[in-house]
Ligand binder design. Structure first.
Ligand SMILES: *Cc1c(COP(=O)(O)O)cnc(C)c1O
Length: 507
């Protein structure tokens, strides 16, 4: 049996014991527990030595794949390395041991982090204020749309219920609009993959709440007409929402605020180096233009810094006096979107990253991420179909293998097969079958944290897999060959994971 087939209970030997303690000098007080609450028999704990425990759990931990174990080019997810100094800062007791209901005078350092972070993100995005309450990107979208709706309502403009979303948008955009109770209308892309301004015009009217976009768009193309789109939407009384989940290539280069956007979210757990995956804590702060300040959700820190001076580094280090949760106007605020002030530990890690990397080097993040993506794209286009051949941003899409090995009596290798085979070589699979525009999509995003050597190793393996496919696609159909489990049913694995002993016993 392999170690991963074992449970810690399998190692149990009656009477084996990791530790013994000397008999207590104090008298036993078991009578302090009322009779009815006492156990009839001892709990069925495994009886194991310390080394059994350490080996078992260390081995299990190595069944996980993460950015700390290997290259993770999961497109659209920005799986960049999470620097360990972020973890050290987040673990400082002054941050880790606080309580959200503690008197505000005792958490001035925390307030200074929120203030400094608001200032840095405002400088990066061209927004005036940020709320840190949303706990994920999609949560940020919902919050942003609630702000949009709150603004229209605060002006007595109750009929604005329509949100325009391009056909290339990330699936969360229309989903968030629907959850917010708004009606989604799709605007078409033109032949160049950009929002079709002529198709947009007839959609603008007194029922328009706003438009949700991202630029560069989901295909990595820059919406050249963004200024005109912004003017048209504003003229019609609508607002512009920017999906900033994929801000990585733009940081320090382009600001959504300058393009005319009024509201946006960021994914700190993508572009700002905090860990993510598996549904763990995230952070989707939402930035707004100055005129939307009263529509922000509460609580919101107040009096932190002069937002007119975004871009000065002073706010990151200056003492911030007695910040309280600012007053809010119930007629204007979008309301409450989470308990307290969001996932502070995540915000703190992103703050540590920004301070570590600094104003100067943060400008290099986007260009290096972009260079890395283009490097892989150019060196693999001889083996994989490249539907959009132009220079890409931080990620790009292949549409399956050029030679998938299909022939008489043999089915060709698919994108799923390539993804599974990569696991045998110690690489995480790219994003597959997204975007939906292509049938065999493989979306690759290397990020800026990977060395040329790592990229070259990945490129070699991708070529080797292409050669295997051409020769005998069955090698790929049966992959992965070297992983603990091969091909679980995706839906069952996600919806009904068997993760505890009792369930395993019941199987
Ligand atoms: C990841 C992503 C989101 C959603 O972010 P979550 O934190 O997963 O909710 C939204 N839009 C785009 C473009 C994304 O890539």
């Amino acid at each position: 049996m392999r170690y991963y087939d074992h449970l810690i209970f399998d190692y149990s030997k009656s009477g084996r014991c990791g530790y013994t303690l000397p008999k207590a000098a104090a008298p036993e007080v078991s009578t302090a527990v009322p009779e009815g609450l006492r156990r009839a028999s001892a709990p069925a704990l495994p009886e194991v030595s310390e080394v059994d425990v350490v080996r078992h759990y260390t081995n299990l931990s190595q069944m996980n794949f993460g950015v700390d174990t290997g290259f993770y080019p999961l497109g659209s997810c920005t799986m960049k390395y999470n620097p360990k100094i972020n973890e050290e800062v987040a673990a400082l007791p002054a941050f880790a041991a606080i309580h959200p209901l503690q008197p505000v005078e005792t958490v001035q350092g925390v307030q200074a982090v929120y203030a400094g972070m608001e200032q840095m993100l405002s400088a990066i995005t061209g927004m005036a204020y940020f709320t840190f309450n949303p706990c994920a990107g999609a949560h940020g979208e919902l919050t942003g749309l609630m702000i949009m709706r709150a603004w229209h309502r605060s002006r007595g403009d109750m009929g604005r219920t329509k949100v325009i979303v391009p056909d290339s948008a990330h699936g969360t955009n229309p989903a968030s609009a629907a959850v917010c109770g708004l009606d989604v209308v799709v605007v078409k892309s033109n032949a160049d993959g950009l929002v079709d301004v002529e198709d947009l015009k007839p959609l603008l009217g007194p029922d328009l709440a706003g438009i949700m976009m991202t630029n560069p768009n989901t295909l990595g193309l820059f919406e050249r007409d963004i200024k005109q789109i912004a003017a048209l939407v504003h003229e019609a009384g609508g607002l512009l929402y920017y999906d900033g989940a994929n801000m990585n290539p733009l940081i320090g280069k382009v600001r959504p605020g300058d393009m005319g956007f009024d509201i946006m979210h960021l994914n700190l757990h993508k572009s700002f180096s905090t860990p993510h995956g598996g549904g763990g804590p995230g952070s989707g702060p939402v930035g707004v233009a100055a005129f939307l300040k009263d529509c922000l959700p509460y609580p919101h820190t107040e009096g932190q810094q002069d937002n007119e001076t975004t871009g000065s580094s002073a706010g990151c280090t200056q003492r911030v006096d007695l910040l309280t949760c600012g007053p809010f106007d119930p007629q204007k605020t979008a309301g409450r979107v989470s308990a307290h002030m969001g996932n502070f530990g995540v915000i703190l890690r992103a703050y540590a990253w920004l301070l570590t990397i600094g104003r100067q080097h943060v400008r290099e993040v986007g260009p290096i991420a972009t260079l890395n993506a283009n490097y892989i794209k150019e060196l693999l286009r001889d083996a994989y179909k490249l539907p959009i051949p132009s220079v890409c941003k931080h990620e790009f899409v292949f549409d399956g293998l050029i030679n998938d090995g299909a022939r008489e009596g043999k089915e060709g290798a698919t994108t799923l097969d390539v993804a599974k085979r990569l696991l045998d070589f110690g690489f995480h699979a790219p994003t597959i079958y997204f975007p939906l525009l292509f049938h065999q999509a493989l979306m690759i995003e290397p990020t800026e944290t990977e060395s040329k050597e790592t990229l070259d190793a990945f490129i070699d393996v991708m070529h080797r897999i292409a050669a295997e496919a051409a020769e005998d696609p069955d090698i790929l159909h049966a992959a992965p060959h070297a992983c603990p489990i091969s091909r679980p049913d995706d839906t069952t694995a996600a919806k009904h994971p068997v993760i505890n002993w009792a369930d395993l016993q019941a199987e």
